[in-house]
Write a protein that binds this ligand. Sequence first.
Ligand code: 5AD
Ligand code: SF4
Length: 477
Amino acid sequence: MAKLQVLPPLDTEARLAYMERVRVWNDGYATEHGRRRAVYVETFGCQQNEADSEKIAGMAQAMGYEVVSAPESADLIMVNTCAIREHAEKRALSIIGQYKHIRAKNSELIIGVCGCMVSQEHRREELKHRYPYVTFTLGTSSLHHFPRVLWDAIEQKRRFITAESEEDMTVTVAEGAPVRRESSYRAWVSVMYGCNNFCSYCIVPYVRGRERSRRMEDIVREVRELVEAGYRDITLLGQNVNSYGKVKGSAGEYDFADLVAELDKIPGDWWLRFMTSHPKDASRKLIDVMANATHVVHQFHLPMQSGNDRVLKAMNRHYDMAKYRDTVAYMREKMPDVVLTSDIIVGFPGESEEEFADTLRALEDIRFDMLYSFIYSPRKGTPAAEWEQVPDATKSERFARLLDVQNRIAAERNAAAVGQTVRVLCDGESKGDAAVYSGRTAGNKIVFFAGEPSMVGRFVDVTVERTEPFALWGRVV
Ligand code: 5AD
Ligand code: SF4
């Protein structure tokens, strides 16, 4: 197997110089043809990826591209991939496969593949040999190299299927990338990158590298600017936000609770939320800050993964159910209105029927408002992928039982909202019915109501009239 090239370091000045070269090249084209070259960004996966895609689009726009919503007319296609489960990788590869036809009609088309999938060597090899029209790859830790690899592709027709450098995977925190935000009132703000936890099922630490934090002053500035620009709902992002500040990077002597408390001082009518917290270090200090805050919403996403202590240990989660329940109890004591959500993996290797029943029992007594449940998917390179697997039929059967239990609980919890008036940030017309508007509560529950265009991006008060397991329906007061 050929040795893969590793990207050499790139400082901010050099990055800006590459951006300028691409911009001049694109400006020349626009003058000559009366249209700008176009970029299309396709996104798979989590909020971190959505945030990264906004940076990719922002950089491309600053380099003179027009951002378009269909790949057919694009001169540059960027595919931002996910690797959390096999299904996500298959979908990305299938889309990349379809781009072959677009490339066949346009030999100048540049296709970049970024995101978690390309940080795995076997996937890079696959792209290199089976997708020869893919021009370059960029892992999440080397996104700031985008202008350079793009310029090399343009100028030297160079193909870059590269591994990230050790430096980028462990310490680099690139600031200052332009961001093209999809929304004018909801925004993502990354506070840290990477993960050090190595849960035995999870690919993230291998593909996103070590934990490193942004400086508090950079985050405060970004959030302040967003609030001043009219953003109403800001989500702080990190694989494990509770490790913020305690790890490599340029953050100082402060932790996540300090950061949240500092951000909460920013005046205005806005909501602050964050994800994801790891139950092993979701601190009482953070819960106290939330309970006393002005802007921080009472919503907590606390992935439990399993309700059984042996399974949690095999998952390398570093907490047991006693600790988990204790955190939830403290949270509900300090914030009785807290909306609690969680992640569950069904069919982890070795999970017995009795151990799975512990998860169902935990759901029954903790009673989450919403659950993101996943069928375990073996990830190459992680320990659990090598262990004896639960048969697919058993996994599917348990998954269906889990959904039954959770749907009933979610329906019961939502039903309790009937008659209450809730504050909703309006998103606009709902899919499929222009007369029905949708929005989200502070707890991030979806609400449907009869609305009008002037409400979009604003807070409205809605009295809840009926509910479903996944939504509330009501009338604007
Ligand atoms: N299989 C299934 N689900 C997974 N998750 C992470 N890795 C896997 C995997 N290999 C789930 C976890 C995590 C969420 C983002 O994805 O529940 O919290
Ligand atoms: Fe994956 Fe665990 Fe890190 Fe979450 S904390 S990203 S599940 S390794």
